[in-house]
Ligand binder design. Structure first.
Ligand SMILES: [Mn+2]
Length: 301
């Protein structure tokens, strides 16, 4: 997992929710900000914090907003290149575990070069329809000019047809061998640096997913990308049906194992859910502390 100061509240709820189902599984969180206020608490939750140095990408030539996006995305990709778990499950911090994430190994077969990611279905999205998320001038772009822009920026040789068919995997939950994740992470990072620091950087919004799709596409011969079942990266906003229904029932009916807030991050129900997870945890910690204080004073008497 990776986070920064801005996403702290999400990361906190994510970690607490993982620990509710599994107290053993090692958790590493890559951070680009010092987070002293949570270090104590995360120690209780048995989480290892790893600092990522983002100075190399904090160019003063980009806007403050872009700088924030770039350092967060860079930290995320670093979490994948520097993973040291085998197998490795990468999770965005805007998730909530609804079951034991440690069981993923018994649910999915993993060959030595495999990576699982979600491809949205039934309607598979395309880069062209999502161009407003990746390019600063989406309205003026054609599929041909997008193809040219990509080839120039990433030193690739795509045809229009290939860019039309580029698969738009979701990078919020990735599961693979350590080796495959490192291979992916390194290519992903090199593409992301071209996008954010290269000559044509002003043409791109510094989101990280376009570089992921290109990296996965380029690595077809060295890693094998498989479709993650929906329940492991369940983004409610993308699923038919209403979020007005009882959330528990919604989660149960889809067998959700990992809920990914994604574009619903700031929805009322999403904020309420993560706040509830943290509040219940804090209440439990406080009552445990009271218990042991009461026992100590009883013993003293
Ligand atoms: Mn996410």
């Amino acid at each position: 997992m990776a986070t920064d100061r801005q996403f702290l509240a999400y990361a906190n709820a994510a970690i607490i929710s993982i620990r509710q189902y599994n107290s053993q599984i090692p958790i590493q969180i890559f951070v680009c900000d010092p987070l002293p206020e949570l270090e104590e608490q995360w120690k209780d939750l048995d989480v290892t914090l790893l600092k990522v140095d983002t100075t190399s990408v904090e160019s003063s030539r980009v806007s403050k907003k872009d700088r924030m996006i770039i350092r967060t995305r860079y930290t995320k990709i670093k979490a994948i290149t520097e993973n040291n778990f085998d197998p490795c499950l990468y999770l965005d911090c805007d998730i909530v575990a609804c079951s034991d994430v440690g069981t993923i190994g018994s649910c999915l077969d993993l060959g030595s070069n495999d990576i699982y990611a979600l491809l949205r279905r039934p309607k598979i999205p395309s880069l062209f329809e999502w161009r407003w998320l990746y390019f600063t001038d989406p309205d003026s772009l054609t599929i041909q000019s997008i193809t040219n822009l990509i080839n120039q920026t990433f030193a690739t040789d795509y045809s229009v047809n290939q860019i039309e068919k580029l698969k738009c995997w979701n990078g919020g939950v990735l599961y693979g061998t350590s080796k495959a994740m490192k291979i992916l992470g390194e290519r992903w990072l090199s593409f992301y640096l071209r996008l954010t620091l290269g000559e044509l950087r002003r043409r791109f919004i510094p989101n990280d997913q376009l570089s992921l799709w290109l990296a996965l596409n380029q690595l077809q011969n060295s890693i094998s990308i498989k479709e993650l079942p929906l329940e492991w990266n369940f983004m409610p906003g993308h699923v038919e049906g209403s979020l007005n229904t009882d959330l528990d029932r919604f989660i149960r009916s889809y067998g959700v194992k990992i809920l990914h807030f994604a574009q619903n991050k700031d929805d009322e129900w999403a904020v309420a859910l993560r706040e509830q997870i943290v509040a219940e945890f804090e209440y439990k910690c406080a009552s445990r502390k009271n218990d042991s204080t009461a026992k100590r004073s009883a013993a003293a008497r």
